[in-house]
Design a protein around this ligand. Sequence first.
Ligand code: MCA
Ligand code: AMP
Length: 463
Amino acid sequence: MAELLTSLTSQTSPGSPAQDRAEALRVGEVGLGRAQLLAAAGAVADRVHGAGAVAVEATADARTVTAIVGCLLAGVPVVPVPPDSGETERAHILNDSGAELTLRAEDVDLTAQGRGSHPEPAGESTALILYTSGTTGAPKGVPVTRSAIAAGLDALADAWSWTPEDRLVHGLPIFHVHGLVLGVLGPLRVGSPLVHTVRPRPAAYAEAAQAGGSLFFGVPTVWSRIAADPQSADALRGARLLVSGSAPLPVPVFERLTRLTGHQPVERYGMTETLITVSSRADGERRPGQVGVPVPGTQTRLADDDGTVLPHDGEAVGELQIQGPTVFSGYLHRPEANAKAFTADGWFRTGDVATIGADGWHRIVGRASTDLIKSGGYRIGAGEIEDVLLGLAGVREVAVIGVPDEDLGERVRAFVVADGLTSEQVIDHVAQRLSVHKRPREVVFVSELPRNAMGKVVKQRLR
Ligand code: MCA
Ligand code: AMP
């Protein structure tokens, strides 16, 4: 297939000296030109070449980005590890993925020179193994192929009129689809420089806008914080496009952002398993509370509980199912989960509940399961936190839910039946084992959990 990071690698002979020196990538204080990035990543590629998979400690750092790019140049699958993941989660990711080596920022020399180019791997080979939460158990590995990434990015470049003239700005974590695939590989494919602000703070976005940023990515929590900071929002007036995704953008935030920045944000919908499949368009209408139309190449449909396909009339509510070149072909080592994830005729079952209008516009109404929580744009499985808490001495029963939160969309609340424990002990126990955002923000001690006649916890009654 054509090269994945086209704009980085396609010029076989160096570009003009000015082009090569112009900043392709900036993370915080460190900026790299195209030629320097390619050379330093080439040295990483020489080192990891032939490995089955390599883990990268995914701190927001230009050296980490270089490590990821180097692995991709060598055709070695990258396993990004969330830097704040606790011991249980980290051990699971390293073990399940079979990563043979872990690269950290300190392992990368930005002045190194690779020995030469590596042949472009086949499109169907795995580029990334991303770990994502399900309703139960430990996170599942999602192998993302090179061709899925290429198709997904090309579709978004079309939907968002994304060109080398843009300068992309964001400060999202580089271990998920949003910050990594769209936010790092996107610019290296499209050829638009990237400014990564390390953290997605409103003032950092404002500063990058004043320095010429044109395209801005954020999760709804980021946009909501910007909408609450009129001075930073005003600085975004000069931008070309503001894009929101990873969780529902509340209508009041859409409206306030539009008023303060002069831009109606583009909202788009996706999943780790499918990449971004539905979006409003830069050259089209934006509708608050709706996520747009399928991107080029993707098909969507709705189905009810027994699999009957429902009409696209804006009224029928059903599970959203997806087909197309960006959809993965199954979780790593999880045949049972895979059997449930796809329909008999090969459509991916998102678990999201939606309507589709006759005009093709999608509205995400909610999720089929209460056991998946979205907090700050992070996907969190209630079961993973419950499993960890059941390992804490003194805990007899536990149920974890997401409750509405103005800033985060949802926040994690744990109901615990326990003897002699404090909230801090419960939170710390999770913090040591899992990522920061999986920590319960609230712990409610109860004498028993509401159960149905079958003995199953009724989470609805906990709300
Ligand atoms: C957090 N803190 C806590 C707890 N939780 N302290 C005590 N108890 C807790 N339970 C700490 C944090 O470590 C932090 O400390 C401080 O509280 C503030 O936390 P928070 O409010 O979470 O703010 P934040 O750290 O600024 O995070 C908000 C955020 C972040 C920046 C929006 O949630 C984020 O980066 N979200 C992006 C997630 C994402 O990229 N998702 C994409 C998935 P300290 O300040 O000391 O660190 S990919 C995807 O969904 C697809 C495919 C798609 O559609 O895009
Ligand atoms: P993740 O795998 O972390 O990318 O999470 C995917 C989930 O995020 C989807 O299944 C949706 O529930 C949610 N999601 C992503 N984008 C949107 C959006 N624009 N509106 C509503 N939910 C979204």
